[in-house]
Design a binder for this molecule. Structure first.
Ligand code: SAM
Length: 487
């Protein structure tokens, strides 16, 4: 079996940096092999952000093109036999197209930003250099609205006030503009996280006034036109959780479309979305090379299925597994917009990938895993390590009984109930191909990835083949790896 691990790590020499205080226009970078020669500190690739000392968002001010952990990554992969590790430095500024910001302070002086490291003090970051410029513009509009309409930000200690957080997501999918202008003209989907139970609770008049303010001043009829839509999320919990379960679309287009990996993807505000749209697009393009045509793919930790669906055109089947049921609607909408020529069998299952993981792995040639930062659950690691022996047992029982057993496991029954199935028109083969030959690990947490990877490589369960990194989070010690491996 092969383990292909995809991470978005820091990148090396061939890139362009500009010393400028403003996020420069989009840069295209080329992935390059990484040399172990120490890099001189680069002032031209510096953050130049006035919030750097106080905001916890960025941890590194210099050499944005070369995260410090890149050296560790390079050594790690070399030790395991990967000699052509590459790093794509991507865009160094203005890359963040999705931000969740806390709102505190007062209506006269609202603070909209991130917590100061280790505290619950919110730091205002109006000139954030990581944000897409239109996120900063929408934050300014929101600030004006809060003050003019006297909207009280949330007061954590008292549990009073209304506006707790705001999520800003930028869509750059505007086909009426020339491609070169689309990114910088991105429109912002704003979600106001409101401290009340629902839209009829006290305070809803303020919520509607604030939404109308944003729409009037930033919607399609305004001079600025930077707002795509306004949503509300209702959250009264005293726990440290950003979103509640109730979402309401208030104004603008309900559907939010982005174009990545060659397909149109729908992303509801409640679904996971990658923060760095352009780096994600580069990663998806790379992925196309590693997933054989006509293979059967399992996409674990799938979110709205963007990775799996971007592969669907030339693969036999795509099976997506995701724990957040809110992602299902976005998945279905994306499937509806796939080209009519796509004839793969496509499914999405609402399930926990760590519960009975074998049931999701068997029958696939390729498994793509894209877990949260904490990495893989032990049960999944064990399943991936033992997949060959278990598959043999399953195959022999399949051959001896050759009849379909009734499924009784409650979590599988539940997942099947909440699943989406789009059948291929081509005839299906009866005997499943049982053992995944390729594992592709997409990771955004370097430390957890290293541990998972070592575990997967132990006892020669998998071998490393390729590793590429993408600078998903310039200014931080995080990047994303794509690593591929085989049995
Ligand atoms: C890093 S995101 C990747 C999402 C998706 N691959 C994408 O690129 O848009 C991780 C996803 O894993 C989901 N998740 C977390 N724990 C999970 C679990 N135990 N089983 C299945 N999905 C899980 C999260 O809800 C989230 O959508």
């Amino acid at each position: 079996m092969t383990l292909r691990l995809i991470t978005s790590p820091p990148i090396f020499p061939r890139f362009t940096c500009h010393a400028t205080a403003l996020p420069p226009s989009p840069q295209i970078s080329t992935p390059t092999s990484i040399s172990s020669t120490p890099q001189p500190p680069s002032l031209t690739c510096a953050l130049h952000c006035s919030h750097f000392q106080s905001c916890s968002g960025c941890t590194h001010e210099h050499n944005l093109h070369h995260p410090v952990i890149l050296d560790d990554a390079m050594n790690f992969f070399r030790r395991f036999g990967v000699t052509d590790f590459t790093f794509d430095s991507c865009n160094l500024w203005g890359w963040r197209c999705r931000a969740k910001l806390a709102v505190r302070g007062s209506s006269a002086n609202p603070l909209i930003g991130l917590y100061e490291e280790g505290t619950h003090n919110v730091v205002d970051i109006p000139e954030c250099k990581a944000h897409h410029p239109n996120i900063n513009a929408a934050v300014e509009l929101l600030r004006q609205g809060i003050t003019e309409l006297d909207v009280e930000p949330f007061l954590e200690d008292e549990g009073t006030g209304y506006l707790r957080y705001v999520q800003m997501a930028v869509t750059t999918h505007n086909t009426s503009l020339p491609a070169a202008q689309r990114y910088m003209s991105g429109k912002v989907q704003v979600t106001l996280v409101w401290n009340s139970r629902n839209e009829t609770s006290p305070g809803s008049d303020k919520l509607n006034s604030l939404a109308n303010f944003l729409w009037k001043k930033g919607g399609p009829r305004s001079r600025l036109h930077l707002i795509h839509s306004v949503w509300a999320n209702f959250q009264t919990s005293d726990k440290n959780i950003i979103f509640g379960n109730r979402w309401r679309h208030l104004l603008g287009e309900r559907d939010f479309w982005e174009h990545v990996g060659g397909i149109d993807v729908s992303l509801a505000p409640s679904s996971f979305g990658q923060a760095n749209t352009r780096a994600f697009d580069a990663l998806l393009q790379k992925l196309q090379k590693y997933v054989p045509y006509e293979s059967s793919v399992t996409d674990l930790y799938a979110g709205a299925g963007v990775i799996g669906l971007s592969l669907a055109a030339t693969r036999k089947s795509i099976k997506c597994i995701e724990i957040n049921k809110e992602s299902k609607v976005s998945f279905e909408k994306t499937v509806e917009r796939l080209p009519a020529t796509v004839d793969s069998s496509i499914t999405w299952h609402h399930a926990d990938a760590s519960k009975d993981p074998f049931s999701w792995l068997v029958g696939s040639d390729v498994v793509v895993i894209d877990p949260p930062r904490k990495g893989l659950d032990t049960s999944l690691i064990e399943a991936l390590k033992n997949i060959s022996s278990v598959a043999r047992k399953v195959l022999s029982s399949y051959e001896s009984s050759n009849n379909v057993q009734e499924e009784k496991r409650p979590w599988i029954l539940r997942a099947n109930e909440a699943s989406v199935h789009i059948k291929s028109k081509s005839p299906e083969e009866n005997v499943p191909q049982l053992v995944p030959q390729t594992l592709i690990y997409i990771s955004c947490g370097w430390e957890s990835f290293k541990e998972d990877c070592k575990s997967l490589l132990s006892n020669n369960a998998w071998y490393l083949e390729k590793a590429h990194a993408f600078n998903f989070f310039p200014g931080t010690q995080r990047y994303t790896n794509v690593v591929t491996g085989s049995h």
